[in-house]
Structure formats: C-alpha cells, structure tokens
Design a protein around this ligand. Sequence first.
Ligand code: G4P
Length: 191
Amino acid sequence: MELLKERIRRDGKVKGTDVLKVDSFLNHQMDIKLFAEIGREFKRRFADCQINKILTIEASGIGIACITAQYFDCPVIFAKKSQTKNIAGEVYTAKVESFTHGRVYDIIVAKEFLGHGDRVLIIDDFLANGAALMGLSKLVEDAGATLVGAGIVIEKAFQPGGDMIRARGIRLESLARVKSMNEETGVEFVD
Ligand code: G4P
C-alpha cells in the first residue's frame, strides 16, 4: 500500500536495527484518514470472504480494527491481556510470549463472543515474531470458528513471524513489509 509506505518513510522513526516508531500516526496519535484507507484496503483484499467478526488484541490493534470493521459491517472483539494466574470459566485463553518485552502473558476472549459458524479476520498493527498472532489464531481454533486470514499494517519481514504464519497455511496480508531498517538510511520495503 503505497500511501502507507510513503507515510512510514516520511514520519516513521527507526530505533536501532529492529524497532520502528510510528507514534505520530499509527499507535499513539492516530491518523484516522489513513486508518480509513487501511480499512478500505483490508476490505479490498478480503472481499467476498464472508467475514462476520474481526479479532484484535489490546491496545494498539483496536483503533485499526474498529475503522476496518466499518467496511465489513461487523463487530470487533479485542483479546484482553491478563496477568491473572488462574483464569477460569467462560473464556478462551492462550499464552503469548512477548520477545520485545521479555514476558509471557495470557490473552482471553469470552466464549459468548466467538464460536462455531464465525468467520474471523484477525487485524493487528505490527507483526514481528508472530507470538500475538499465534495466540489469537489459537483462540479462533479453540472456539471452533474459521480463521479467514490476518491483516497486518506493518510486517517486519526480517523477523520470523510472517514466514511462520504463512508456513502454517494462514492467509496473511501485510500492507507494508519492511525488509530492513537503519537509523541513517531509514526503511527499505520488500516490494
Ligand atoms: P509479536 O507479537 O509479533 O511476537 O511481537 P513482539 O512480541 O516482538 O512485540 C511485542 C509488542 O511490540 C507488540 O505490541 C507489537 O505490536 C510491538 N512491536 C513489535 N515491533 C514493533 C516495532 O518495530 N515498532 C512498534 N512501534 N511496535 C512494535 P504490544 O506489546 O501488544 O503492545 P500494544 O502497543 O499493542 O499495547
């Protein structure tokens, strides 16, 4: 998506070799006109997939998922991150290991919101190691729902998540795929 790549080139800030800060338009201050174009593009790519639920994870995925859902005319569920040790009852749970933050947390979704017959699109802002996406796909599987695919705004293609997800046969649509990053020269995209 050229508009997005241009914005990343212009306003993204590279930290070291593997962190891309996009706080000014994506995950702190949010450019809603850009989000509308992102949502339109996800709709174009997943048109005719009969998606009836969008699933994301708190916090940064929520805004993008909500704008995208307007194009699909469906609800958004966001998985909650939980520190609670004993989660019982009517929830699906998965463990997510955050390599960036060096910790493991549980994600949960109430069973009443996801089940057989649902056709789910996962939406998130970043794909790095793929741990969050794997956790979300497990929730969909445990619910007996169909995972139609995953829409990612920025895939860091030099990290293992994208290849791992594709190898599992999950349809992955990333709007910007970063090949490499450098504080001096900026961001290079895959295509
Ligand atoms: P993974 O889910 O793909 O395995 O990613 P990882 O554990 O490495 O990333 C953990 C968090 O860091 C995620 O947000 C992810 O979106 C974010 N992240 C990863 N790489 C980058 C990056 O280069 N730039 C920015 N800005 N964020 C990155 P989170 O912990 O779920 O936090 P939240 O912001 O969604 O609340």
